[in-house]
Design a protein around this ligand. Structure first.
Ligand code: HAM
Length: 421
């Protein structure tokens, strides 16, 4: 029996790596432009951390977490998202004593037991940026949204939409939830079974159910923006003003609520035009109560995360290539046992001189060695035979034109350094 990667996971093969390295570079570049530093949290955490932060009634916590008891009897969960671990680290390392907000970013594998399909996996990778602390200034919301939007411009993805909503705070949310429940109360019979149970557990989520009957009822549901307290309303108004100032083409989506419970006020998503929830590229928002919920002092915060597989799917769809990764451009071939020893040494010398080399192995004919060089796509083959050994030279063959020239061995490094860029 041949083993296969577990359902919903995949190998990132060498030919895919250019995309991944490119995204990582662009993530780090964006971090530098906006002043974020990298934090790598562990792959697993205490289960309670996620139950507390993501929310006991969310799909993630009730159905999707990879939770197990370790050999010491502790309940452990593979991270189903990246925000809670960053908040845990902020508290654990006393980062409240640093200049606020503390700006952190991560690139991390994420685990969710979901039904796998295109763009939805059981292990995927996210990068995320979190700004924790400060005074809740809506200018920071606009900066974070600007950062998300610029990231996608920097990788040249086009035809994206920026969706925005405000879902209020713990002061005004209860009033809104009550209005929402009464909207749905007389129509529970029409709702899908999931939404019927959501009505009690997590009524905001009724708004983004994809079931057709539920969509219809959601379309006429009360809007959170009409139930904001004066402070939240002012925050949202200022945020929109800043976004306009920055020229960001946002649309207010009254049904945008996000799948995690920790959000307050601002929520946003970036989606490919015409794509549904499964295609959302990035999502985030404010989570002003989360640090307190995890045992800290009240600390406003916000951030977003983006799914790397989905970004790569879209880059490919839009025929955007990642810069190729550097690979050796020189192949060393030899004829005969004495030349082989020289070839082994030459390969090592060139590498010490920072030139990437693939050396022939075994006892193949020169023809077979050159065929291999051709298949590897190198630019040059260096050939050493008995003649060359005697005269202290090597033959350099241009693999594209098949032109060959004799080069003194001592000059080879200088000659090749030009092409190994
Ligand atoms: P999220 O919306 O659950 O947010 O995930 C962020 C992004 O990860 C999604 O927009 C999507 O691109 C990608 N993603 C999510 N699930 C999958 C999956 N099963 N397969 C492939 N890609 C997926 C969060 O996790 C929040 N922690 C974001 C955040 C950061 N909010 C504030 N700060």
């Amino acid at each position: 029996m041949l083993y296969q990667a577990p359902r919903g996971t995949s190998d990132i093969l060498p030919q895919e790596q250019a995309y991944w390295r490119y995204l990582e570079q662009m993530v780090a570049r964006t971090a530098r432009l906006y002043g974020y530093e990298r934090l790598d949290a562990p792959t697993f955490e205490d289960t309670k951390l996620f139950a507390r932060s993501v929310g006991e009634d969310t799909d993630i916590v009730t159905k999707e977490m990879y939770t197990f008891e370790d050999r010491g009897g502790s309940s452990i969960t593979l991270r189903p998202e990246g925000t809670a671990p960053v908040c845990r680290a902020y508290l654990e390392h006393g980062m409240k004593n640093l200049p606020q907000p503390v700006k952190l970013y991560y690139i991390a594998s994420i685990f969710r037991y979901e039904r796998p399909q295109a763009g939805r996996y059981r292990q995927h990778y996210q990068f995320g940026y979190e700004a924790i602390g400060g005074d809740g200034d809506p200018a920071l919301d606009s900066e974070v949204i600007d950062m998300a939007w610029r990231f996608f411009s920097s990788v040249k993805l086009r035809r994206l939409s920026l969706q925005l909503n405000s879902i209020g705070c713990k002061k005004c949310r209860p009033g809104y939830v009550a209005a929402l429940k009464s909207h749905y109360a007389s129509r529970t019979g029409e709702l899908c079974p999931d939404c019927r149970s959501r009505l009690e557990r997590n009524p905001l989520r009724l708004l983004d159910c994809k079931n057709e009957a539920c969509l219809k009822i959601a379309a006429s549901a009360p809007k959170s923006v009409d139930h904001l307290c004066p402070e939240c309303a002012e925050h949202f108004k200022q945020l929109k003003r800043y976004l306009e100032l920055l020229g960001l083409p946002f649309v207010v989506n009254n049904q945008l609520v996000r799948g995690l419970d920790y959000y307050t006020r601002t929520v946003f998503e970036i989606q490919p035009e015409g794509g549904g929830a499964q295609s959302t590229l990035a999502g985030g928002g404010r989570y002003d109560d989360l640090i307190e919920e995890l045992g800290g002092k009240p600390t406003p915060a916000l951030g977003f995360a983006a799914g790397m597989e989905r970004i790569i799917l879209n880059l490919k769809k839009q025929k955007i290539e990642a810069p190729p990764l550097p690979r050796p451009q020189v192949f060393i071939a030899y004829i005969g046992v004495a030349a082989k020893a020289e070839a082994v040494k030459l390969a090592a010398d060139l590498r010490r001189g920072d030139i990437g080399v693939i050396a022939a192995l075994g006892d193949k004919s020169l023809k077979a060695q050159l065929r291999q060089a051709n298949n590897l796509g190198v630019s040059y083959a260096v050939i050493i035979g008995e003649e060359e050994l005697k005269s202290g030279t090597v033959i350099v063959r241009d693999m594209t034109s098949a032109e060959q020239k004799s080069v003194p061995a001592g000059k080879l490094q200088g000659e090749l350094a030009q092409i190994d860029k």
